[in-house]
Write a protein that binds this ligand. Structure first.
Ligand code: NAD
Length: 294
């Protein structure tokens, strides 16, 4: 069994980006600038945004964190989005999800300028991704594809089963894996909460991408020998014995499934760090595209 080490690969990618940034600085060019907007004080969201901003600083990007109170109205957030769209110094930005219930998430995401939408959540980017046009591919599916590619995992002609159909992970990764081209060309089945006989389907899979958010959902009797497993799930499971009061658990029963898998991602240290690396990659792409346009 080979561990798909997202921490190691994400460090390589960050080093590659840092080298590009060093070149930009040497040439006297503007470095990429990522902004992040967070509304409220959800613990997990603050942790994610914090790691994204710290990663920017480590590789030489400029970063701006806009932390808004839980009471921020939809109008106020739309104004912040409009300011970020208009600010020529900002190459890309993200609005950390989930947003408080009184704010319509779709309305906010639609207001983001697609050229600065480094999360790739805007319909323009999602549509272009599906049509294989230049776009921003959202960071988690992009990270999964890159992780498989860097470990030379064969996908062509393989049966990939994606568990979960969310707009940010399940659906886009199912599209990317089925596309024509190197590192893709898989035959994809997407299963979800209404799927019947799910274990029968996962047992046929050569590759499983699990993105449902149910701790230890995928057990060893649901996979075949030699399967490649990518665990996207991140759930905080309460645990009073730990200092933080919880532990992070993936969708996959790692202990059992890893005994049958040929490749498997750990949680933490798998898809999570890859997501951050690909967000940085998208921000670098945004800077390069803005430069060629202006
Ligand atoms: P979501 O809640 O939007 O979607 C979950 C999907 O799982 C749904 O489509 C649902 O149909 C399916 N599902 C739920 N229960 C099921 C069941 N019993 N059987 C089959 N399918 C079932 O979730 P999401 O935003 O895609 O996130 C999924 C998980 O991935 C979460 O744990 C989230 O925290 C994690 N996540 C991790 C990263 C990362 O960077 N590693 C990024 C995004 C999301």
């Amino acid at each position: 069994m080979t561990l798909l080490d997202g921490k190691k690969i994400s460090d390589q990618i960050k080093d590659e980006i840092a080298a590009e940034v060093a070149g930009m600085i040497r040439r006297g060019e503007k470095v990429p600038h990522l902004a992040a907007v967070i509304v409220g004080s959800d613990g997990a969201s603050l942790t994610y945004v914090g790691s994204k901003v710290r990663a920017c600083q480590r590789i030489g990007f400029e970063s701006t964190l806009k932390q808004l109170p839980e009471s921020t109205t939809e109008e106020e957030l739309l104004e912040v989005v409009a300011e970020l769209n208009a600010d020529s110094d900002i190459d890309g930005y993200i609005v950390q999800l989930p947003l408080p219930r009184h704010i319509d998430e779709q309305k906010i995401l639609l207001a983001v300028n697609p050229d600065k939408d480094v999360d790739g959540f805007h319909p323009t980017n999602f549509g272009k991704m599906a049509l294989e046009l230049e776009s921003f591919i959202s960071a988690t599916p992009y990270g999964i594809m890159e992780l498989l590619r860097r470990y030379n995992v064969e996908t062509s002609g393989k049966h990939a089963v994606v568990i979960g159909r969310s707009n940010i992970v399940g659906r886009p990764i199912s599209i990317l894996l089925s596309q024509k081209g190197e590192g893709a060309n898989a035959t994809v089945t997407l299963v979800h909460s209404r799927t019947r006989n799910l274990p029968e389907i996962t047992r046929q899979a050569d590759i499983i991408v699990s993105a449902l958010g149910v701790p230890n959902f995928l057990k060893s009797d649901m996979v075949k020998e030699g399967v490649v497993v990518v665990d996207v799930g991140i759930t905080r499971v309460p645990d009073a014995s730990r200092e933080r009061g919880y532990y992070i658990c993936g969708d996959v029963d790692f202990e059992g499934v890893s005994k049958k898998a040929s490749f498997i991602t750990p949680v933490p240290g798998g898809v999570g760090p890859m997501t951050i690396a690909m967000l940085l990659k998208n921000t670098l792409l945004a800077r390069q595209r803005h430069r060629t346009r202006t």
